[in-house]
Design a protein around this ligand. Structure first.
Ligand code: KE4
Length: 428
């Protein structure tokens, strides 16, 4: 981009007033280098930058845009809701319809509470599990990211990992001490943790398919092992499906893996691009929530009518289109193009992919956890990222994020992106 680009001048202004010039760290390009571009419009698979460059987008606003950007059906739903106002601070009909759709799509969810972000969803689910079990300790997994609440910013993924500070400053040791961090995909570590903390583990929270350390799937049987050991110990099993919910399958990872967690956290897709989060699950646990029970949780804009209208439209569209086989075919097309290009170049690479989620690790080592994800060549990824960007393809600006496809990525957009990735790998 030219040195005097519109994005550059916007970034210069942003840097004066917004820490790092961004409202969320991973957008800052810190791990791939260079300055972020600014986007002024998005439609389908395309972003339009402030300098009128058109980019094929594989970030999809970090997951929500499964139907592509600014889908006419979702846009119309927001416009219709907007006619009647933006927020009422009272119960509204949209919340009821959203709850009924979530329960229909995700049978493990008997009751659900809406909130405003994935962070709120996971933070609230953990407080609920602690209140329900009267236990304090929690288990999370290295590299998994569940938002930025204090108990979870321990060995976290996504932006925390990208910026090399998986343990955030400002989290009191007393909080961190209640969080046990285990390696993903490691049954012995689970056994040892439960043996060492018998009767103390309130919950285990997991990204059943990891999307914040790159994309990593569980070994066969691992999730069932986790379900069995948590049930045996009276520990609440929380699936964080903020990213995978309604994306990996209509009912998320839990549908594909046939595992029933006790609680599920949701976000992203259920807001159709507007701020949203949700958590739900067993009624006996959910009924501990205020105003019924002693666990407090609240939110001024929870169940916001515009966000609900957008999310309802998006979920109904998924139900109507059932795009999952098509999204998986698109994901496999991209995966195969990258594998072929790297093979032709003699470049070791792993391209884990499931449905519309994927990531690219430049390493000969199969990636199955945080430690093996770090064997990926992040510097080479940064060169790959910029090579693709220069050619009009936007990947997540970090080696430790998942890539996303949408139903708008088929045909010309995907063919073009595969050609760009092939050309970029050849030029590395
Ligand atoms: P939010 O608070 O950002 O809405 O959601 C937190 C969250 C919780 N759980 C999972 C599995 C998530 O992936 C996320 C957020 N994902 C990141 C992308 N890796 C959001 C992008 C960002 O932080 O800007």
């Amino acid at each position: 981009m030219s040195s005097s680009s519109v994005s550059d001048s916007l970034f210069a202004r942003a840097l004066k007033l917004i820490p790092g010039g961004v409202n969320s760290p991973v957008r800052a390009f810190r791990s791939v280098g260079g300055a972020p571009f600014f986007v002024k419009a998005a439609r389908g698979a395309m972003l339009t930058t402030a300098d009128d460059r058109e980019l094929i987008d594989f970030v999809c606003t970090w997951g929500p845009a499964i139907h592509g950007h600014n889908h006419p059906t979702i846009k119309a739903a927001i416009a219709a809701a907007l006619e009647h106002g933006t927020s009422f601070g009272t119960p509204n009909p949209y919340e009821v319809e959203m709850a009924e759709l979530i329960v229909k799509f995700v049978p493990s969810i008997q009751k659900v509470r809406m909130c405003n972000s994935g962070t709120e969803a996971t933070m609230s689910a953990i407080r609920l599990a602690r209140g329900f079990t009267r236990r304090d300790k929690i288990i999370k997994f290295a590299g998994c990211y569940h938002g930025h609440s204090d108990s979870l910013l321990i060995k976290a993924g996504s932006g925390a990992l990208t910026h090399g500070n998986p343990d955030s400053a400002g989290v009191p040791a007393a909080f961190a001490n209640e969080t046990v961090v285990l390696p993903y995909n490691d049954r012995a570590a689970l056994d040892a943790a439960f043996a060492a903390n018998a009767g103390q583990i309130a919950c285990v929270i997991i990204e059943a398919y990891c999307g914040n350390v790159g994309f990593i799937m569980p070994d066969a049987g691992y999730l069932q092992y986790l379900r069995d050991i948590t049930a045996k110990h009276g520990t609440v099993l929380i699936f964080d499906e903020v990213m995978t919910g309604f994306r990996i399958a209509r009912g998320g990872v839990q549908e594909r893996e046939r595992i029933t967690p006790d609680l599920t956290c949701l976000g992203k897709i259920i807001g159709g691009g507007l701020p949203v989060g949700a958590f739900g699950g067993r009624a006996d646990i959910m009924d501990m929530l205020a105003p019924l029970g002693p666990v407090y949780q609240a939110g001024t804009l929870s169940g916001n009518p515009l966000a609900m209208a957008a999310g309802i439209a998006g979920l109904k569209l998924l139900d109507e289109l059932n795009p999952y086989a098509r999204l998986d075919a698109l994901g496999r097309q991209l995966r195969d193009a990258v594998l072929a290009a790297c093979q032709a170049k003699g470049l070791p690479v792993q391209v884990p992919q499931c449905g519309s989620m994927f990531s690219i690790f430049f390493t000969p080592t199969p990636v199955r956890d945080y430690a093996t994800a770090l064997t990926g060549d992040a510097k080479l990824f940064a060169r790959f990222f910029h090579g693709c960007l220069e050619r009009g393809v936007y990947l997540a600006p970090s080696a430790y994020e998942a890539g996303f496809l949408s139903t708008a990525h088929d045909g010309a957009a995907l063919d073009r992106a595969c050609a760009v990735m092939t050309e970029t790998i050849r030029a590395l």
